[in-house]
Design a protein around this ligand. Structure first.
Ligand code: PEP
Ligand code: MN
Length: 369
């Protein structure tokens, strides 16, 4: 059975680590009050926005340095370590001057290697945990690059925050999660703790529970959520912020997998089911390979008859006939689209390879005549 890796985060906190607090700090009373309330309700870390990177100018951009002593006071009074977003070397210096416990790099900063590097330079010789949010665009290497820059500055305690990726026209999520990207990051960097930020993925209160639960099913190490004493009147991100009581009720509803205490009979059953899955996966691969062998023959046939590889009519026919069949299996509709899409892409690649090969053969036989 998989065990969670012992990393710096789960050595420090019980899992899942629960980070909560307002999107923006708006007053001393706000942050002091919400911190006390959150501590009572089981939070482990207090977040609070000091400088807010906003998409459009003339929006509230955070109170800035004036709010730092308020955050520190709230943190000390409540007994909750605090964390803030930094977006420049100057922010790092201020965070250190006010003894903020941890810092994170926001999604709009992770996209920019210059920004990340200047933050990394300011962190030389400092021992503070640094959290790196994913970049706004779905680019895994950019995320890894930011983590490496922070690592190179000598920081030992680094964690990733998955907050979703911006997209044009997606209706359900504010920032669609693309779960496959953080999963791949965890595969590549298994020691790196990873938590989820359902607030910025969902963008609305109704989605928080569903996203948080999904993250725990994927064995994430924690959750960062935006909590505000009066969410409807919040100066930033009001639609996604919740009351401390709502936050607690979400946390209490979450099913938390306890992989560490897995019982032997559960593990046996799981092992049996996994063996079945293994067999099915190998069968699927066998079948796909069989399909591709036919594709090669089709490629040769198209070449000889000077037909183009992509035949849109046939592609439509494939999609429609398979959709009808898939309907009865109750898969999500975009599963079929993605699955057929990549199979078709690979078929086209194989056919174009066949075309190249046959072209070469043709050329060399012409040269020999
Ligand atoms: C935030 O945490 O308030 C924030 C601005 O997040 P992100 O960088 O994910 O947009
Ligand atoms: Mn926010």
């Amino acid at each position: 059975m998989e065990q969670r890796n012992k990393n710096w985060l789960n050595q420090m906190f019980s899992e899942p680590v629960l980070i909560a607090g307002p999107c923006s700090i708006e007053s001393e009373e706000q942050i002091v009050g919400v911190a006390r309330d959150l501590k009572k309700r089981g939070a482990h870390l207090l977040r609070g926005g000091i400088w807010k990177p906003r998409t459009r100018p003339n929006s509230f951009e955070g109170l800035g340095t004036i709010a730092l002593p308020w955050l520190k006071k709230a943190s000390v009074q409540a007994g909750l370590p605090c964390m803030i977003e930094v977006a420049s070397a100057e922010h790092v210096e201020l965070a250190l001057a006010y003894e903020v416990d941890m810092i994170w790099i926001g999604a709009r900063s992770t996209v920019n290697p210059f920004t990340v590097q200047s933050i990394a330079d300011a962190l030389q010789g400092v021992d503070i945990p640094v959290w790196v949010k994913n970049p706004v665009n779905p680019d895994l290497n950019l995320w890894i690059g930011a983590i490496e820059r922070i690592q190179n500055s000598g920081i030992k305690k680094i964690a990733a925050i998955h907050r979703g990726f911006s997209s044009y026209g997606n209706k359900k999520y504010r920032n669609p999660p693309h779960w496959e990207i953080p999963i791949e990051l965890r595969r590549l960097l298994p020691e790196l703790p990873m938590i989820c930020d359902p607030s910025h993925i969902g963008g609305s209160r109704e989605l928080l529970l569903e996203i948080a639960q999904y993250a725990l099913h994927l064995n994430y190490g924690g959750l960062m959520m935006e909590v505000h004493p009066d969410p409807d009147l919040a100066w930033t991100d009001s639609k996604q912020q919740i009351l401390p009581s709502t936050w607690q009720s979400i946390i209490l509803q979450l099913f938390h997998p306890q992989d560490k205490k897995i019982e032997a009979h559960v593990s046996d059953k799981l092992q049996k089911l996994r063996t079945e899955i293994d067999a099915v996966d190998f069968e699927i691969l066998e079948l796909i390979s069989k399909r591709m062998e036919i594709v090669k023959k089709i490629g040769a046939h198209k070449f000889i008859n000077q037909l183009s590889i992509l035949q849109l009519e046939r592609w439509n026919e494939i999609k429609e006939s398979r959709a009808e069949k898939m309907y009865s299996y109750q898969f999500e509709s975009n599963f079929l689209d993605s699955f057929l899409g990549i199979v078709h892409q690979e078929s086209i690649r194989i056919q174009s390879d066949i075309f190249e090969e046959l072209k070469k053969q043709d050329n060399s036989s012409n040269e020999n005549h």
